[in-house]
Design a protein around this ligand. Structure first.
Ligand SMILES: N[C@@H](CCC(=O)N[C@@H](CS)C(=O)NCC(=O)O)C(=O)O
Length: 210
């Protein structure tokens, strides 16, 4: 069975969401997110960079959350939540999947890093990164201005991945989203699988305490 090493509120959320939406069995191994734990040889043996998430499937072990999503889709998705390679929407499916992590999540990650590591530089760097993330949201607002989902009428894993990043944007930059993005976010997070994912995510930290 898939095992997702996860800490509450972190990128394993998007992998759990895909599993929930596809009804693919998985288990969560809660990870103590404290830097001290992530620096231990025990955790470095699981992820040499000390980050989360990590996913295993039998002997296979991988990091990078979007790669995990793609693995779950290709291995267990039976064609659901993604277009086939000769579909006209395929290129944009790839684009939005990569955009979610490589472009949109990047400035959000820098806000977290700078707050933690470079407190005197906080204001200028954080303001710049908030601006970069907000520019991504403006691009999304245009993209969903004439369609319910990024690829058109059909929801895909790209929507789940983007909406995970939007959660971080709302937390770190502003709760107020442009109208089209707000409607889009509300639409995607109305999936029953979202509620189940929020529950699983919340319970992860509770399991560590208990
Ligand atoms: N691109 C990687 C990023 C992994 C990542 O930065 N994870 C964060 C939590 S969401 C983390 O472990 N941060 C701790 C650190 O960078 O020290 C992915 O998508 O899995």
């Amino acid at each position: 069975m898939l095992k997702i090493y996860h800490s509450t509120g972190t990128r394993g959320f998007r992998v759990i969401w895909v599993c929930e939406e596809l009804s693919v069995p998985y288990e969560i191994a809660p990870v103590n997110f404290a830097p001290e734990y992530r620096a231990t040889p025990e955790w470095r043996a699981v992820n040499p960079l000390g980050k989360v998430p990590v996913m295993t499937d039998g002997d296979m072990k991988m990091f990078e959350s979007c790669a995990m999503m793609q693995y779950v889709l290709d291995r267990y998705g039976n064609g659901r939540l993604q277009p086939v390679a000769d579909d006209p929407t395929y290129a944009h499916y790839l684009q939005w999947c990569w955009f979610a992590e490589a472009t949109f999540a990047r400035p959000l990650g820098e806000i977290v890093n700078h707050r933690r590591e470079f407190k005197p530089e906080l204001d200028a760097v954080v303001a710049e990164m908030k601006g970069r993330a907000t520019a991504c949201v403006a691009v999304l607002d245009t993209a969903v201005s004439d369609r319910p989902y990024l690829l058109g009428e059909t929801i895909s894993a790209a929507d789940l991945s983007i909406c995970y990043t939007l959660r971080g944007y709302r937390r770190m930059v502003t709760e107020t989203l442009p109208a089209n993005v707000q409607a889009y976010f509300d639409r995607v997070t109305a999936l029953p699988s979202y509620e189940r994912t929020v529950k699983a995510d919340t319970e992860t930290s509770e399991r560590l305490k208990g």
